[in-house]
Write a protein that binds this ligand. Structure first.
Ligand code: URP
Ligand code: ZN
Ligand code: ZN
Length: 469
């Protein structure tokens, strides 16, 4: 039988196995995997890896920060940059502004996302639980296939413990996953005030004002509140040794708990904030020590951390972004770093260096996000019936990161000059080539909205073991 498209002779890598095979694509889906497949169109993948396209499940596009600054990347430049970086799916945030009815959030982001080149979903950001019809409107958001939402325990949009319990219970009852940015606000406020009073305002004080114990306390509290509520929980951007230990302990006890870290915590340390343009490296939680970095690698290797997401939060290093308030007070510099195009190449470097297996790499850049965020069977795998979302990857290409070669709307990358081996060569989304020969083939708007399944696959949550600890 002649298929529409066959990718021939590549080494196929999924989270489960690595094997030589041809892949046939028909009507946007994987139709067959085997030897000697025949296609009307053929891509020769000899010497290449064929991977499920990356799922970028933590990125900020066309989104106002908690202080109201718009990201430099919208859905068009952000999704194009993601595609060049090996991704075929993005799940950015749709953020409720304080006082805004929940029902107004998705329509705002539907308009912003209309130019996405990649398939996309959203996580809702909940900033204000006091708005009218909060619960009913949250349920309507989940019905629309937005089945995860993020809350903060710091910044002005933070929730109290009581409010966190409220949203955990709503998520539990509706099969929606609560994601939490866990840092203790009181500790941070105190340190910021102290450093401010002493005139200690350079970027390194950003890290010092957000110590690991602030993160670990909030992670511990969120885990215990989720356990009390019987609700599933996802901890974003983990970057603390004690926080990681809390996650490992709770997971060992069977709690429905997932967590990510990000390449910046794995490849950069707090030394970066002392560089001449240290503000470029301000993000929260902040960059940490080499000791913490080693613990995070171990967390990934042992599966305590499910994935490495970019937390692409693009604010340019100019007066439209990080320098908008002068740049001489770390408290007034926008938090966040870009990274959507380099996440996969950075994580693949860990395969090249022998830190991760190829299967672990696929799990943490794609398959685990599909499983946790309601896309299993459709995205994040190479199997008959799944969307033909593929990255044909050159594992041997050595190259140097230069922001000038990238596709975002930023003016810097924190990884400038880094030497990497391995790069996506051809990207395929639902059977269509979207990147080839260094060129974008897709058009803005080619991405489809993804209606994601409930957490655990059904209507109810999977709260795991509820015994005390
Ligand atoms: O500093 C960061 N990570 N900014 C982006 C927003 C967030 O908290 O993830
Ligand atoms: Zn966050
Ligand atoms: Zn983020």
């Amino acid at each position: 039988m002649t298929q529409e498209l066959v990718i021939k002779g590549g080494m196929v890598a999924t989270a489960e196995a690595v094997f030589m095979a041809d892949i046939a694509v028909s009507s946007g889906k994987i139709a067959a995997i085997g030897d000697g497949l025949v296609g009307a169109e053929v891509i020769d993948a000899t010497g290449k890896l064929v991977l499920p396209g990356g799922i970028e499940s933590h990125c900020h596009l066309a989104q106002e920060s908690s202080t109201g600054m718009m990201t430099a990347d919208g859905y068009e430049s952000g999704s194009i940059s993601a595609a060049f970086g090996g991704n075929t799916t993005i799940i950015p945030f749709a953020a409720q502004l304080k006082g805004q009815p929940i029902s107004a959030v998705l329509p705002t982001y539907d308009a912003r996302a209309a130019t996405s080149v990649l398939d996309y979903g959203y996580h809702l950001i909940v900033s204000d639980t006091s708005v009218p019809n909060f619960r009913e409107d949250m349920l309507a958001v989940f019905d629309r296939g937005v089945t995860s939402f993020k809350v903060f325990l710091t910044y002005d949009i933070r929730l109290s413990d009581d409010q966190l319990l409220d949203v955990l219970e709503i998520g539990r009852d509706a099969g929606a996953l609560t994601m939490v940015h866990a840092e203790n606000n009181a500790m941070i406020d105190r340190l910021r005030a102290e450093y401010g009073a002493e005139g200690k305002l350079t970027p390194p004080y950003h890290t010092l004002s957000r110590p690991e114990q602030a993160e670990a306390e909030a992670i511990s509290r969120a885990i215990r509140l989720a356990r009390f509520a019987g609700a599933p929980l996802f901890i974003v951007h983990v970057s603390s040794v004690d926080g990681l230990a809390e996650i490992a302990a709770a997971r060992a006890k069977g709690q429905a708990l997932h967590a990510e870290t990000c390449p910046q915590y794995l490849f950069l340390t707090d030394e970066a904030l002392s560089r001449p343009e240290g503000g470029k490296y301000i993000c929260s939680p902040p960059l940490r020590s080499a000791t913490t970095q080693a613990a995070l690698w171990q967390g990934l290797q042992t599966g305590v951390l499910d994935m490495s997401s970019s937390d692409h939060a693009p604010y340019r290093y100019d007066e439209t972004g990080k320098l908008a308030n002068g740049g001489d007070d770390f408290r007034k510099i926008a938090n966040g770093m870009p990274g959507i195009e380099l996440r996969l190449p950075l994580m693949f470097q860990a395969v090249h260096d022998g830190r991760l297996t190829l299967q672990q790499f696929v799990a943490m850049i794609s398959s685990n996000a599909a499983r946790i965020f309601g896309l299993q069977g459709r995205k994040g795998t190479i199997a008959p019936g799944a969307d033909a979302d593929l990255a044909i990857w050159d594992p041997n290409l050595s190259w140097t990161v230069k922001h000038g070669d990238m596709h975002d709307a930023m003016d810097y990358t924190p990884f400038e000059g880094k030497e990497l081996t391995g790069k996506p060569e051809t990207m395929i989304q639902r059977g269509h080539i979207i990147v080839a020969d260094g060129q974008l083939v897709a058009a803005p708007g080619d991405g489809d909205f993804l209606h994601r399944a409930r957490f655990g696959g059904g209507n109810g949550a999977d709260p795991g073991d509820q015994s005390e600890f």
